[in-house]
Design a protein around this ligand. Structure first.
Ligand SMILES: Cc1cc2nc3c(=O)[nH]c(=O)nc-3n(C[C@H](O)[C@H](O)[C@H](O)COP(=O)(O)OP(=O)(O)OC[C@H]3O[C@@H](n4cnc5c(N)ncnc54)[C@H](O)[C@@H]3O)c2cc1C
Length: 468
């Protein structure tokens, strides 16, 4: 029971205690719990939902990492230093270099550890060439599987390794004094509350993209965008951490996405653009360079008539990306519309055939002359789509946030004066990531790249606190 009046809240009596509590059953929390357990700690994972899913389960399950065994097997030369440099360039030097280094150095070993220790079937995504700020091919996934399979796989490993998972328990309070956590309070669906003590706490309970008030306050330019992520991302961990004195960083940082199939709600994979696809607005005009900024492109799309646009590809581009679950789902759900000529495509899009022809003439002329096209895109390493064409209607959305609790290189949460919490760690959407202060610093697959890497670092550090 929790005692105390609303005016003078008393410290709750802990009914029981566990060495390490991890809050959040997405990729970050699951990996943190596995890492703490592998380091010898007893762990309790707490998840608010009846069935763990999180934004992870909506994702493609792709993880960026450098210097992995999968890259070596594919002959890709890459290392932590190169990934670190790519992060700093993409974020215009405005991300936290300590966190960036921890992720750049930890991501490769984390992917290799998940593959060797737990037999996670990671393979290099050879179909997605280095793009959008990655100078090396470094996206790793489970061929033929996505984020939902990733969550299930990791939770099966938690069960195998003896990690207790408490479902339908929502973290509502962190009990702490002088930068030291004593325990937490969780609330069950029937309103019952339970106080659990711990020696170390990992907050891996996601970001705040589902919290409209927090989005509007921290990223007003995205306030009108629809949210396409897990509804549990209400920012609980960030809010509760701040309430006990944690510092926050890069709260304006997020991944928007320009290509959510409308009305199907399926992510159009970026490989369709990288391999030559273009985006037209509903008038048939091009309005952006499609290969510069995977996340920032959401804003040009949001400002088009209707806030929608059309991704235009051809059979070659679709075939190259047909191995992705998303292209298979787009095809199966009728989201890919076929058009033999400009008049047919204009009818599909409700656009002007002359404008479509003009846009295609420009990209084709640029491709054959070697000059940049009207949007500044260079076509040296790919080819524009050729008739007959295919089109997918898309809208912009906010997918997940990238700012949060300020951490150091071992995922330990910092207080507002820079002092370190003794036993509080954060990872994934709950922690400050490495996407800079706004919408333009996101590297492909860095959401899960930072979630699993910081999860592992946090889990190991939490276990070390317990062992000390
Ligand atoms: C459509 C889509 C595709 C994506 N594809 C990719 C991709 O391929 N690669 C990539 O790198 N990134 C991708 N991302 C981003 C990526 O999914 C996230 O960055 C990542 O999943 C974050 O992991 P997480 O564990 O921090 O959060 P989540 O997976 O959201 O897990 C957080 C968990 O905490 C729980 N929780 C929240 N509050 C509480 C509370 N108070 N008490 C108890 N539990 C709580 C939630 O229910 C949830 O289960 C994609 C995102 C979207 C939306």
């Amino acid at each position: 029971m929790i005692g105390g009046s609303p005016q003078t809240p008393a410290r709750p009596q802990f009914e029981h205690g566990v060495p390490v509590i991890v809050v959040g059953g997405g990729a970050s929390g699951a990996v943190a719990a596995l890492a703490a357990r592998a380091a010898g700690a007893e762990v309790l994972l707490i998840e608010q939902d009846a069935s763990p899913a999180g934004t992870t389960s909506m994702s493609q399950g792709l993880v960026c990492a450098a210097g992995t065994q999968a890259q070596a097997a594919a002959g890709i030369a890459d290392d932590a230093e190169t990934l670190f440099a790519d992060i700093m360039v993409k974020t215009r030097g405005q991300t936290d270099p300590v966190i960036a280094r921890a992720i750049a150095e930890g991501a490769g070993p984390c992917v290799d550890w998940l593959a060797s220790e737990f037999l996670y079937p990671f393979a290099l995504d050879a179909g997605f060439r280095a793009a959008y700020g990655h100078t090396r091919q470094r996206l790793h996934g489970w061929p033929g599987h996505g984020g939902a399979d990733m969550v299930q796989f990791l939770h099966a490993k938690l069960a195998e390794r003896g990690v207790d998972v408490l479902l339908q328990a929502r973290l509502i309070e962190i009990v702490a004094e002088e930068l030291t956590v004593a325990g937490i309070v969780v609330e069950r669906p029937d309103g019952a509350r339970e106080a659990i003590g711990c020696a170390a706490l990992v907050l891996a309970c996601g970001g705040f993209a589902a919290n409209h008030a927090m989005v509007a306050a921290n990223m007003p330019e995205a306030a009108a965008a629809r949210h396409h992520g897990h509804e549990g991302n209400r920012g609980d961990g960030i809010r509760l951490g701040a309430a006990i004195g944690a510092a926050l960083g890069d709260m304006g940082s997020y991944q928007g996405y320009a290509m959510l199939a409308d009305p199907h709600g399926i992510t159009v994979p970026p490989g369709l653009l990288v391999e030559g696809g273009i985006i037209l607005n509903r008038r048939g005009e091009r309005f952006t360079n499609e290969v510069i900024d995977i996340a920032g492109m959401v804003h040009p799309v949001l400002t088009q008539p209707d806030g929608t646009a059309w991704v235009v590809i051809d059979a070659r581009i679709e075939a190259h990306n047909a191995y992705t679950l998303e292209v298979q789902a787009l095809r199966a759900n009728g989201a890919i519309r076929n058009a033999a000529d400009p008049v047919a495509l204009a009818a599909v899009m409700g656009a002007d055939a002359a404008a479509i022809s003009e846009a295609l003439a420009d990209v084709n002329a640029a491709a054959s002359s070697g000059r940049n096209d009207a949007q500044g895109r260079n076509w040296a390493d790919t080819q524009p789509p050729q008739w007959p064409l295919q089109a997918i209607r898309v809208c912009g959305a906010i997918y997940h946030t990238q700012g949060g609790l300020q951490i150091d290189g071992e995922a330990r949460v910092l207080g507002q004066d820079g002092a370190r919490f003794a036993n509080l760690f954060a990872s994934g959407g709950a922690a400050r990531g490495v996407s800079g202060p706004s919408y333009w610093g996101y590297l492909p697959a860095m959401g899960l790249g930072s979630a699993v890497t910081l999860g592992r670092i946090a889990g190991m550090a939490a276990a070390a606190v317990v062992a000390a």
